[in-house]
Ligand binder design. Structure first.
Ligand code: 5AD
Ligand code: SF4
Length: 453
């Protein structure tokens, strides 16, 4: 009998990718996916542990699912299996089993390929189904190929884990040491995704530009720059992106690729976290604000229209008003096309959580609001600067209005324009006519008949 699987995904794109892979893995066992937990036989919470709020979410979610299950069983319905996956599972597996006894199984990000076995074990006897090992075998060798691509864009995880040990961050503990997938496996998956309709591939990794994958010919490991060149030669792949990068790992080859490889999109997420050298040092980022500015300059020399995005943390332990001001200055000066900003959240087991968390919530909130105003201003300026320009847009979904399609600009903006539906899936030149906080509007530079030719 057909069973239903509901996966709720939190956190970063790596989790989005993993959720897709789990669905593909469970499909042959008879699980069809559903968005609605109420009709599911199995719910997987794919959790994020990056900040406290994210980490606590699992407990409220499990509470809701437990009530749902109780109601259903009381009404004579089918039981519901509750699974917790992802980074909180990895970090707090045993505690989840203790604090949330309604959970049937816990599986860490490196053990997803063992899910079928874990589900069977959970059905036999609860309490034994916990797997947060970092197994010797790679899950990638044991997961089936992705079964579908939605629209024209796909994620491809090429690297996992992190050896940087920024003092605020749980990732080295939840995702383990840095590992790269072999070049041949990445190229094969990219070719497979292209056959499924992907034209734009986003290479994923917690520290993606530290990529050093086994070479196909047994030679020295390949860097991300070299991999990007090979991916651009995969038939059907027109656009390549990658995220998330560490400034320290932007090597010469990768910077040069931004200038020489048209398929490498001119949009780069390059977290800086802070503009203060003292705070950067306390975060163990191992670069200064000046290093970051110089790096951006070099990238812009290679690719003058490069748009940048970043992550910031405000209220790191001991951050003074003057140090915060240095962050505001850097954000204003670089002019990010978009950026994410967060209040510092102490995470158990990290070095920064041992430092006195000296700033009040009020100060953190106030600084966050000021930084977000600077970021919003940068985003508005960037979007405004696109007006009048003509840029290639990859259209792949219907717009809000009849006759419209929505696509992505090279700089990750959503762009809507009047485009015949038959041209969905095409990259077309669009002249930008209007800018909004989160999107652009434009018209086809050539008439549709010509564009279709
Ligand atoms: N508190 C607040 N923000 C954090 N990030 C990572 N760890 C923490 C933390 N403990 C932010 C960083 C990172 C992004 C993914 O999340 O900015 O780049
Ligand atoms: Fe969250 Fe980091 Fe895990 Fe992604 S890798 S889900 S951001 S903790």
């Amino acid at each position: 009998m057909a069973k239903k699987l509901c996966i709720k995904t939190y956190g970063c794109q790596m989790n989005v990718y993993d959720s897709g892979r789990m669905a593909d893995l469970l499909a042959p066992l008879g699980y069809a996916t559903t968005e609605d937990a109420a009709e599911a036989d199995l719910v997987i919470l794919n959790t994020c542990h990056i900040r406290e709020k994210a980490g606590e979410k699992v407990y409220s979610d499990v509470g809701r699912l437990r009530n749902l299950r109780a109601e259903r069983v009381a009404a004579g319905g089918a039981p519901l299996t509750i699974a917790v996956a992802g980074c909180t599972a990895q970090a707090e597996g045993e505690e989840i089993m203790r604090r949330a006894p309604a959970v049937d199984l816990v599986v860490g990000p490196q053990a997803y390929h063992r899910l079928p076995e874990l589900i069977a074990r959970a059905h036999r006897s609860k309490g034994e189904a916990l797997d947060t090992e970092f197994p010797a075998e790679s899950k990638f060798d044991h997961l089936p190929q992705q079964s579908r691509v939605e629209g024209t864009a796909a994620f491809l995880t090429i690297q996992e884990g992190c050896d940087k040990f920024c003092t605020f961050c749980v990732v080295p503990y939840t995702r383990g040491a840095e590992t790269s997938r072999p070049v041949a496996a990445v190229l094969a998956e990219a070719a497979h995704l292209a056959r499924l309709g992907a034209q734009e591939i986003t290479l994923l990794g917690q520290n993606v530009n530290a990529y050093h994958g086994e070479a196909p010919d047994g030679g020295a490991p390949w860097s991300l720059g070299r991999l990007a060149h090979a991916l651009a030669d995969v038939p059907g792949i027109a656009r390549i992106r990658y995220t998330t990068s560490h400034p320290r790992d932007m090597d010469d080859e990768l910077i040069a690729a931004h200038g020489t490889l048209p398929a490498l999109m001119p949009f780069l997420h390059l977290p800086v976290q802070s503009g203060s050298d003292r705070i950067l040092e306390a975060m163990n980022r191992r670069h200064t604000a000046a290093d970051y500015r110089r790096l951006v300059e070099r990238l812009r020399q290679a690719r003058p229209d490069l748009a940048l995005s970043s992550d910031f943390i405000v209220g790191f332990p001991g951050e003074s008003e003057k140090e915060f001001q240095a962050t505001l200055d850097l954000a204003a000066e670089i002019g990010f096309a978009q950026a994410y900003s967060f209040k510092y959240s102490p995470r158990p087991g990290t070095p920064a959580s041992m430092m006195a968390d000296s700033l009040s919530e009020e100060v953190k909130s106030e600084r966050l609001a000021r930084l977000q105003a600077v970021i919003a201003d940068g985003q508005r300026r960037f979007n405004d600067s696109c007006i009048g320009r003509t840029m290639p847009v990859l259209f792949d979904r219907p717009g809000r209005h009849e006759g419209q399609l929505i696509g992505r600009s090279p700089y990750m903006q959503a762009v809507h324009a009047e485009v015949p539906a038959a041209l969905s899936g095409r990259i077309l030149d669009v002249t930008i006519e209007s800018a909004h906080p989160n999107s652009l509007g434009g018209r086809l530079a050539a008439d549709p008949a010509e564009a279709a030719a």
